[in-house]
Design a protein around this ligand. Structure first.
Ligand code: ADP
Ligand code: ZN
Ligand code: ZN
Length: 732
């Protein structure tokens, strides 16, 4: 009997697939899309198997409405990887596959480039003697052009032919349009290295040779400070890959995708390059996706989700700034793009290079244990010197908008020498709270366990945890006093105070508030490079990927909040931020200086970072992690749950805990911690709790989860409250 049942993964939050009958004229393929009835609606799903048996009686199955793809959307290695990711990250397969598709494909759009509108001569048009049109030179131009063959509408417009002229000729019945798919050409025919390459230094040459020595799978951690020539190494690695007609995928952090980065690749190679990032609209995203699949792009540079782009012939993956937190998706499919990139390279049997000045502790651990090859660039290319750095003990000092007098004096010195100064503060708004001077009342969000942030520019109080905002109240909500004061310092206040302290210099603030408008970040960055601003204030946003050669002083004005955070990764993140900014300060002729303001200059991790460098810090931090049974020595999964009733949430997680503890493979080496209230115990009116599962290895963790999940889903409370599973969470 011929198989006549299609098993389909649908984007519905159920951990199962659905069977449909294949009608005789339908030819669905595994990995291709079909349209099917589901409840009252039609859904687009992916065929995962074609079979002749179903656990349901054939008579009850509905037929496929339509087959949308004649060939699979993904080649087998990527399709299997998606299946694996669905299991590993505990997210339904249908949803996982939908996540990996451009929106338009999810909506059923054809998976091929849109047709072009082409003009061609009609039979009548071909017969026309040109002399008949002597007084219409534009019309003659069009007819002559079309005598050579079809020409696209766009190409004619580019030749300054107006649509009116085309319409006139069409009305005469001489020309007509046809829709035609763009022709596929292989870019390899035009491949060329289009700029002079610098002479590599020894470390760069060694790194490149190590990767090139083996064209098969291998994971390489390329550790090198900013300016040590990592990008140059990437460019050199791409060259033989592209020359062999293979494609390259380069992942960058969310805001690392600057025109400067892209231009370096464009300048070097004459190959089509596509970018994939959150700024694309749906059709641009589909076009980039198809360019990868149909081999119309040689290089794709993109953020996290670009990892799911299919390639006709992928030859290498590069993950730049591999330590960056934006590689972890924080909702729906909570995947880590760096980890999946390594998996993908493994399945496609190609090299993957992870680059960073400050590798994640997980990656360093893998390099030290021999799982990854460790390549290092210790020298800065060119002649740039490393920055001087030091801590500024601010205990007991008066702080003016967070700035101590010694820091202000140092800023003045750098500014008066004609240089730029950069200040980091990871807190936007004017102040993180508002307090009544008479009774101590604090303005609190009604829906969250959090204070309102005061935004002076808009005269508003905003909760940074839910969408609530309200005009600032004229009086204390408790005693009616009008003496409401700001407590704490945010970037807005810093900006304002700097205008008073340094009226002769211009300050610019780069944070999520000031860069909300599309393109505004680019505008600011350009203005900074043109020296229109001398003082740069920013949150993390300013640290990433931007190079400002005239900045000679950088200060992290409050490092204490990171040193004493609940999140075990806070110190690692602080160290990464510090090294990044230190790497960006100054250049050959202008040595840079980095100053950390702290109340705890003696803090051990701070000391090892400052005096011994990142590697030393990392070694110390890894030792601490090992002692504390934390990643990368153990593997975590975080259960988050929330609802309007706190006790229900706690009870639910208590039951989840019970399920784990009674599991046959739960052992002395596995632990469940909690339920505990989440760091923000109430958000948007909902109570939030969490439960942490810890296992000695990935396999045990996965076994525990796959045994427990069906039981958890059967809990009556599981349907009443919102809960999620975050495998290897980045934020606790
Ligand atoms: P990274 O990516 O590590 O920050 P880049 O590759 O951007 O470093 O290199 C920093 C600067 O040094 C760039 O301007 C680059 O063109 C230049 N550079 C890199 N390698 C060399 C080299 N071998 N010789 C001369 N200049 C180099
Ligand atoms: Zn709130
Ligand atoms: Zn009061």
């Amino acid at each position: 009997m011929t198989p006549n049942i299609a098993r389909v993964a649908l984007p519905v939050p159920l951990d199962k697939q659905f069977d449909y009958l294949i009608k005789p004229d339908q030819n669905p393929v595994v990995g291709g899309r079909v349209k099917v009835p589901f409840g009252p609606k039609q859904h687009v799903g992916i065929v995962t198997a074609i079979t002749d048996n179903s656990e349901f009686s054939i008579g009850k199955l509905k037929p496929l409405t339509a087959v949308l793809d004649a060939s699979p959307l993904w080649q087998p290695p990527l399709f299997k990887l998606l299946g694996w990711a669905s299991g590993y990250y505990q997210y339904p397969l249908g949803d996982t596959l939908a996540n990996a598709m451009p929106t338009l494909l999810r909506k059923g759009r054809e998976a091929s480039p849109s047709s072009l509108k082409m003009w061609q001569l009609t039979h009548e048009g071909r017969e026309q003697p040109i002399t008949a049109l002597k007084r219409a030179p534009r019309q003659v131009q069009v007819l002559n052009a079309l005598r050579q063959g079809k020409v696209s509408h766009e190409a004619l417009l580019a030749e300054e032919v107006s649509t009116a002229i085309l319409k006139t000729l069409a009305d005469k019945g001489w020309i007509e349009t046809v829709a035609e798919k763009p022709a596929h050409k292989h870019w390899l025919r035009n491949f060329a290295v289009t700029e002079e390459k610098p002479r590599l230094n020894e470390e760069q040459a060694l790194a490149i040779a190590s990767v090139n020595a083996n064209p098969d799978f291998g994971c390489y951690l390329l550790e090198g400070v900013t300016g040590s020539g990592k990008t140059e190494v990437y460019l050199n690695l791409l060259e033989p890959v592209l020359a062999a007609g293979k494609q390259a995928l380069i992942l960058v952090p969310e805001i690392g995708l600057t025109p400067q980065t892209i231009n370096r690749f464009r300048r070097r190679f004459n190959v089509p390059l596509e970018t994939i990032h959150s700024g694309l609209n749906d059709s641009e995203r589909l076009a980039a996706w198809l360019a990868g699949r149909d081999n119309q792009a040689g290089i794709i540079i993109g953020t996290r989700s670009a990892l799911f782009t299919p390639f006709a012939n992928l030859g290498i993956i590069i993950v730049d700034e591999e330590h960056d937190a934006s590689y972890k998706q924080q909702d729906s499919l909570r995947y880590h793009a760096r980890d999946l990139a390594v998996m993908r390279a493994n399945r496609e049997n190609i090299p993957v290079v992870l680059g960073s000045a400050t590798p994640a502790l997980e990656s360093l651990h893998n390099a030290k244990s021999g799982k990854y090859h460790h390549l290092t660039l210790t020298r800065r290319a060119g002649q740039a010197q490393s920055a001087r750095h030091g801590v500024l003990d601010v205990k007991g000092l008066y702080l003016d908008a967070g700035l101590s007098a010694p820091l202000i004096a140092r800023m003045r010195k750098h500014l008066e020498a004609g240089n730029q100064v950069m200040l980091f503060l990871n807190r936007r708004g004017y102040s993180p709270a508002i307090i009544c001077h008479e009774c101590g009342w604090l303005a609190e969000c009604k829906r969250c366990d959090a204070y309102y942030t005061f935004h002076q520019q808009s005269g508003e109080l905003r909760c940074h945890h839910c969408a609530t905002q309200r005009p600032i109240m004229p009086q204390c909500g408790n005693c009616g006093s009008t003496q409401l004061n700001a407590v704490g310092v945010g970037t807005e206040q810093l900006e304002q105070q700097l205008a008073t302290l340094f009226p002769e210099f211009k300050a610019v603030r780069i944070d999520r508030d000031s860069t909300r408008r599309k393109g505004s970040l680019e505008g600011y960055l350009e203005a900074i490079r043109n020296n229109e601003y001398q003082i740069l204030i920013g949150t993390q946003m300013l640290a990433k990927g931007h190079h400002f050669p005239d900045v000679t002083l950088v200060s992290l004005i409050d490092v204490d909040s990171a040193l004493f955070s609940n999140d075990f990764r806070a110190a690692e993140r602080l160290a990464q931020l510090f090294i990044q900014v230190a790497g960006r300060a100054g250049r050959a002729s202008k040595p840079g200086e980095v100053v950390l303001q702290t109340h705890h200059p003696e803090h051990a991790l701070l000391q090892s970072l400052l005096h011994k460098g990142y590697d030393h810090f990392a070694t110390d931090a890894l030792r601490e992690r090992k002692q504390a049974w934390l990643p990368p020595y153990t593997y975590l999964t975080l259960f988050r749950a929330e609802a309007n009733q706190s006790d229900q949430v706690e009870q639910f997680l208590q039951q989840v805990r019970g399920i784990f503890e009674s599991s046959p493979i739960f052992s002395q080496e596995t632990m469940v911690m909690g339920p505990n209230p989440a760091p923000l115990a109430r958000r948007a009116g909902r109570y939030r709790w969490q439960l942490l599962l810890q296992a000695p290895d990935r396999k045990t963790l996965q076994q525990l989860l796959s045994i427990a999940k069906p039981a958890i889903q059967l809990l009556p409370l599981a349907k009443k409250i919102r809960w999620s599973i975050d495998v290897e969470p980045q934020d606790l």
